[in-house]
Write a protein that binds this ligand. Structure first.
Ligand code: HEC
Ligand code: HEC
Ligand code: HEC
Ligand code: HEC
Ligand code: HEC
Ligand code: HEC
Ligand code: HEC
Length: 266
C-alpha cells in the first residue's frame, strides 16, 4: 500500500518543477506517497532562512530533526524544508505574519498526509485517535521541529510511553504487579494511529497475548497456536479461551498491571 503516486490539480500545477521532483524522489525512496503540497493562495517559496529571521526557536534545532534529512530544495528559494509542511510563505513574510497566511499543520493533518497518505487511512479505522476531526494533532505525539519525530526513539521505550502518559495517566501506574509487556512500549499491543479492533488493539483475541506468551512450538510440529503452550503455565487455557479474550474472559482484566493480583486481575 502507499506506493502509488496520486496526482490532482495542485500537484500538476507544481508537477514540472524541480522542487516536487526532489520531494518525489525523497518520498519514493522511503516508500511514501505524495499527494499535493499545502497551498497558500498566491504565495511563493522564500526559503527556510527567511523563517529564521522571526522564528529562531523553530529553526534553531531543526537541522537534527527527522524531516531535515529530506532537505527539500527549490531552484529559486533554496532550502524550503519549513515550507514543505507550512506552505509557501511569501505573503506571510511580507505581511509580517498576518493571520491566515501560512498553513499550521497543528490545526489540520492535511499537510502531513501529502507524504504520509497511509496515515489518513489508519485514522479512518473504527478505533482511532480523533485526529481527522482536529480534536487531536499529529504533533501531540510527534516532534516536528527538533530531534526524532517519534518521541523517545533511540532511548528506552519507556520514554516513548511518556508521550501517551501525558493523557493516559491510568496506565502509568506504578503497579504492585507490573506487566513486563509495558517495557516494550504501548505499541506492543496498540496501534496509536488506529485499528479495526476496539481500543486500537493489534489483535482482537488471544493472539494479542500469544505473540509473547507462546512457547516455541516443537520442531516439526504444525506450528498451530496451542493454548496449552502458554509460557510458564501448566493449566490448559483452551476452555478459558472459549469464554472470551484473555482480558475479557474474567482472567486478566487489568492487562497494564494490577495492584491486587500477579495475574493482572482487579
Ligand atoms: C517578518 C517576520 C516573520 C517571518 C519572516 C516569518 N514569520 Fe511566521 N509568524 C510571524 C508572526 C508575527 C506570527 C504570529 C505569531 C503569533 O501569533 O504568535 C507568525 C506565525 C506563524 C505560524 C503560526 C500560524 C498560525 O496560524 O498558527 C507559522 C506556522 C509560521 N509563522 C511559520 C512561518 C514560516 C514557515 C516562515 C518561513 C516561510 C515564517 N513563518 C516566516 C512572523 C514571521
Ligand atoms: C514535518 C512538518 C513540519 C516542518 C518541516 C516544520 N514544521 Fe513548523 N509546525 C508543524 C506542526 C505540526 C506545527 C503545530 C504544532 C506545534 O506547534 O508544534 C507547527 C508549528 C509551527 C509554528 C507555530 C508554533 C506555535 O507556537 O504556534 C511555527 C512558527 C513553525 N511551525 C515554524 C516552522 C519553521 C520555521 C520551520 C522550518 C525550520 C518549520 N516550522 C518546519 C510542522 C512542521
Ligand atoms: C514533504 C514530505 C513530508 C511531509 C509534508 C511530512 N513528512 Fe514526515 N516524513 C517524510 C519522510 C520522507 C520521512 C522519512 C524520513 C527518514 O526516514 O529519514 C518522514 C518521517 C516521519 C516520521 C518518522 C520518523 C522516524 O524516525 O521514522 C514521522 C513520525 C513523521 N514523518 C511525521 C510527520 C508529521 C506529523 C507530518 C506533518 C506535521 C509530516 N511527517 C510531514 C516526509 C514528509
Ligand atoms: C496517539 C499518538 C500518535 C498520533 C496522534 C500520531 N502518531 Fe504517528 N506514531 C506514533 C507512535 C507511538 C509511533 C511509533 C510506532 C512504533 O514504534 O511502532 C508513530 C509512528 C509514525 C510514523 C513512522 C512509522 C509509520 O507508521 O510509518 C509516521 C510516518 C507517523 N507516525 C506519522 C503520523 C502522522 C502523519 C500523524 C497525524 C496524521 C500521526 N503520526 C499521529 C504515535 C502517534
Ligand atoms: C493528547 C492526548 C492523548 C495522547 C498524547 C494519547 N492519547 Fe490515547 N486517547 C486520547 C483520547 C482523548 C482518547 C479517547 C478517544 C475517543 O473517545 O475516541 C484516547 C483513547 C485511547 C485508547 C482507547 C480507545 C478506546 O476505544 O477506548 C487507546 C488504546 C489509546 N488512546 C492509546 C494511546 C497510546 C498508545 C498513546 C501514545 C502512543 C496515546 N493514546 C496518546 C488522548 C490521547
Ligand atoms: C500487553 C498488551 C498491552 C500493552 C503493552 C498496553 N495495553 Fe492498553 N490495553 C490492552 C488491552 C487488552 C486493552 C483492552 C482492555 C479491555 O477492553 O478491558 C487495553 C485498553 C487500553 C485503553 C482503554 C481503556 C481501558 O483500560 O480499557 C487505554 C487508554 C490504553 N489501553 C492505553 C495504553 C497505554 C497508554 C499503554 C502504554 C503505556 C498501553 N495501553 C499498553 C493491552 C495493552
Ligand atoms: C510484548 C510482549 C508481551 C505481550 C504482548 C504480553 N505480555 Fe504478558 N508478559 C510479558 C512479560 C515480559 C512478562 C514477565 C514475564 C516474566 O516475568 O517471566 C509478562 C507476564 C505476564 C503475566 C504474569 C505471569 C506470571 O506468571 O507472572 C500474565 C498473567 C500476562 N503476562 C498476561 C498477558 C496477557 C493477558 C496479555 C495480552 C493482553 C499479555 N500478557 C501480552 C510480555 C508480554
Amino acid at each position: 500500500m502507499g506506493r502509488k503516486l496520486r496526482w490532482n490539480q495542485s500537484t500538476l500545477l507544481f508537477g514540472g518543477t524541480a522542487l516536487w521532483g526532489l520531494v518525489l524522489v525523497g518520498c519514493v525512496m522511503v516508500e511514501r506517497t505524495v499527494v499535493a503540497p499545502p497551498m497558500v493562495a498566491g504565495s511563493t517559496y522564500v526559503g527556510s532562512k527567511k523563517c529564521a529571521e522571526c522564528h529562531e526557536d523553530k529553526t534553531g534545532h531543526f537541522a537534527g530533526s527527522s524531516h531535515a534529512r529530506l532537505a527539500i530544495k527549490d531552484p529559486k528559494a533554496g532550502d524550503i524544508s519549513c515550507e514543505a509542511c507550512h506552505g509557501a510563505g511569501s505573503i506571510h513574510v511580507k505581511t509580517g505574519g498576518a493571520k491566515g497566511t501560512i498553513v499550521n499543520p497543528g490545526k489540520s493533518p492535511e499537510a502531513c498526509f501529502q507524504c504520509h497518505l497511509d496515515k489518513r487511512a489508519q485514522f479512518s479505522l473504527p478505533s482511532a485517535h480523533q485526529v481527522l476531526n482536529g480534536k487531536m494533532s499529529c504533533a501531540d505525539c510527534h516532534e516536528v521541529h527538533s530531534g526524532n519525530a517519534i518521541k523517545g526513539t533511540g532511548a528506552d521505550l519507556e520514554a516513548q510511553n511518556e508521550t501517551c502518559f501525558k493523557c493516559h495517566t491510568e496506565q502509568k501506574g506504578p503497579f504492585v504487579f507490573e506487566h513486563g509487556a509495558m517495557r516494550e512500549g504501548c505499541t506492543a499491543c496498540h496501534n496509536p494511529h488506529g485499528s479495526v479492533n476496539q481500543k486500537m488493539l493489534l489483535a482482537r483475541d488471544a493472539n494479542l497475548c500469544l505473540r509473547c506468551h507462546l512457547e516455541a512450538s516443537d520442531p516439526g510440529s504444525s506450528g498451530q497456536i496451542n493454548a496449552n503452550a502458554i509460557h510458564h503455565v501448566a493449566e490448559n487455557h483452551n476452555t478459558r479461551l472459549m469464554q472470551g479474550a484473555c482480558w475479557s474472559a474474567g482472567c486478566h482484566e487489568a492487562p497494564h498491571g494490577s495492584n491486587a493480583n500477579f495475574h493482572f486481575r482487579y
